[in-house]
Design a protein around this ligand. Structure first.
Ligand SMILES: C[S@@+](CC[C@H](N)C(=O)[O-])C[C@H]1O[C@@H](n2cnc3c(N)ncnc32)[C@H](O)[C@@H]1O
Length: 299
């Protein structure tokens, strides 16, 4: 992950940005509402974690997200602590509809959703997961912008040949995942700080929708399905302004909230599992403290 310095002019503007630490009170909760929204599980600097269920529409009571970066469970039998990852395909699509609808409600009109999902599914019957989720998202109201293909160089999916060297029933498996680019009302961003901090090279490279970088190690992070920091990093730099609110409703080890806070955004993570929230808390504390120490050392 590279560190790009904004120009001097922008640096002075950035310093003036006020990250309001009580923003959760103002933006996510609604003092006039009868139901209470979630209280933060943890917060540090500009990173906030909530323990709760994305299927519960009153987890948050207001529109607050500028950008959602997330990767939901893929329903491929991963052993998560608190959710079943072996639903029928029909139930998985119903689950998808529900959480996409809640995230739609929690997004600002200019909100964007960058959704990391599988292209397809081979185990237990071939399914066009990417196409099906794209259709559901649009049914919910999300507008389609484009699709980034993430080539994660993972050949572990290469487990079955079907009929080897025979046209009888060969299997074709692409070692890629998708990152759908969706938005709520209008693609052009009209609110926020209007300050971008992406370099010319990264802008040119990343607007080419074929991204190649490795996945993350489960063992290193201590979570069964983390994505690498590079994924939210690119998305945040390309699709959000400094000071924007970046939300991950399936926060897991807290990668999105961490990367957002490291890059002068406000990062908010939601996860249903207490242990993953604890893991994300430790990770955020460790990395943000290390980052603050380096910043102080370098003046
Ligand atoms: C694919 S992982 C996300 C990993 C994350 N991107 C990271 O880098 O660590 C999916 C996460 O969704 C969480 N989850 C599953 N069902 C949920 C629900 N209904 N509400 C909130 N979180 C849920 C799981 O606990 C798991 O941590």
């Amino acid at each position: 992950m590279k560190n790009h310095k904004p120009t001097k002019y922008r640096q002075s503007k950035i310093k003036k940005l006020h990250f309001n630490n009580s923003f959760t009170k103002n933006l996510i909760t609604d003092s006039t509402a009868k139901t209470k929204s979630l209280k933060p599980f943890f917060s540090f600097n500009n990173a906030y974690l909530y323990k709760g269920d994305v299927l519960n529409s009153s987890s948050f009571l207001k529109e607050f997200c500028d950008l959602i970066v997330t990767s939901p469970p893929y329903n491929v039998g991963i052993e998560y602590n608190s959710n079943n990852d072996v639903l029928t395909y029909d139930d998985y699509l119903k689950f998808t509809h529900k959480w996409l609808l809640n995230c739609y409600k929690w997004s600002k009109n200019s909100g964007r959703l960058l959704l990391n999902i599988p292209l397809d599914k081979n185990k237990g019957g071939q399914k066009s997961v990417g196409a099906d989720i794209t259709a559901i998202a649009q049914k919910v109201g999300w507008k389609y912008h484009s699709t980034i293909v993430w080539n994660e160089g993972n050949i572990s999916r290469r487990t079955a040949w079907g009929s080897f060297m025979s046209a009888s029933a060969p299997y074709v498996i692409a070692p890629v995942e998708l990152i759908l680019v969706l938005y709520k009302e209008c693609w052009k961003k009209i609110d926020g700080s209007k300050i971008s901090d992406i370099s010319k090279k990264d802008f040119m490279d990343w607007t080419n929708g074929l991204w190649t970088f490795n996945g993350e190690s489960k063992k290193r992070i201590g979570h069964p399905a983390p994505f690498p920091k590079e994924l939210p990093y690119r998305v945040i730099k390309l699709f959000s302004y400094i000071g924007d609110i970046v939300f991950d409703p399936f926060s897991g080890s807290g990668t999105t909230a961490l990367v957002a806070a490291l890059n002068k955004r406000i990062g908010i993570g939601l996860d249903i599992d207490n242990q993953y929230c604890e893991l994300a808390k430790r990770r955020i504390l460790h990395e943000l403290n290390t980052f603050n120490f380096q910043e102080a050392k370098n003046g």
